[in-house]
Ligand binder design. Sequence first.
Ligand SMILES: *Cc1c(COP(=O)(O)O)cnc(C)c1O
Length: 408
Amino acid sequence: MVQVNGNYLKLKAGYLFPEIARRVKAFSEANPEAPIIRLGIGDVTEPLPQACRTAMKAAIDEMGTHAGFHGYGPEQGYPWLREAIAQHDFQARGCQVSAEEIFISDGSKCDSSNILDILGPDNRIAVTDPVYPVYVDSNVMAGRTGEADDAGRYGGLTYLPITAANGFSAEIPEQPVDLIYLCFPNNPTGAVASREQLQAWVDYARRHDALILFDAAYEAFIQDPELPHSIYEIEGARECAIEFRSFSKNAGFTGTRCALTVVPRGLLGTAANGEKVELWSLWNRRQCTKFNGVSYIVQRGAEAVYSAEGKSQVQGLIRFYMDNAAIIRRELSAAGLQVHGGEQAPYVWLKTPEGLDSWGFFDKLLNQAHVVGTPGSGFGAAGEGYFRLSAFNSRARVEEAMERVRAL
Ligand SMILES: *Cc1c(COP(=O)(O)O)cnc(C)c1O
């Protein structure tokens, strides 16, 4: 008799995006003429940068020759890509990250889940609320939580509310935790963390021998030059943080797949016998055993992000989405709504009006404006009463959606 992983049965049945899809489907079946605009799921919409396409086409041609053929590459990624990332993303910002500390992968979603492989089962885990659901669900699947309560909070997790009341910055928990998931610029709230706020987290982690899992998937959207892009811009972070980055949102690689995880040398965890162990070695071992690398072609595409042409094309994409975000912010404010985020991130986080809850506002927007967004409550109990709109869409659709919202 085959046994299933019972932890999966703890997952909440009504997962956010399937429920959105169900409601949108029901609405469009009842109203086949209604022109729906989707500002919901966080996927990019603009085409791939020319520099990346050119590099990938050249790589395909190379692969068609005996001299240029590439079979399995290094599990950690090709040295030229790791070198380019270390230099442009980290050293150029004053972070001491070397190529050896960068592990190329096919996504931050999988890396931020897979990292649990190298961490013990008894760590006390803190997540923000609302939160990117992957951090929570991967812990549930790995058996690191208890059951969910009626509000959807899992036993054993420490939830750190991020709401307007605390300026969307998580407060340091009172009870000690070992593992802290932070995502800045934040999905879903669009909030950012200042240098001082991150320094407080790093100081906490060093004091408690804790580990910060820092998700910087949206760092390229930061506009304010004072804000840190990487946790390694913070003093002491090399001793207590792993950082996840992705080419998905900056260069539009959501369907192309390339990301990276930084594990600093000398970053230590503790074994059951009290011995200190380097996390780099464990992650390296994990990747070598369970992962066979990202396609040569895709890594050449990612490398092109760092060419002069690539950088300027990525800047163009960021500008485009951030202009969308500015339109969304402006129009929602003009409609009398209270808006947050959207200034350093492609997400606008709005307070639902007229006492509507998150799903109530979802239904109103869908039925009356034919606009699809994401209910804040789907990201956690403290997201109730909020709603996420994404800047990932064409200018025409964003403008049309905002006109309809204003007409409500
Ligand atoms: C989109 C996103 C990522 C990127 O995931 P990939 O698997 O690299 O596409 C990571 N973290 C957050 C919070 C995201 O929204």
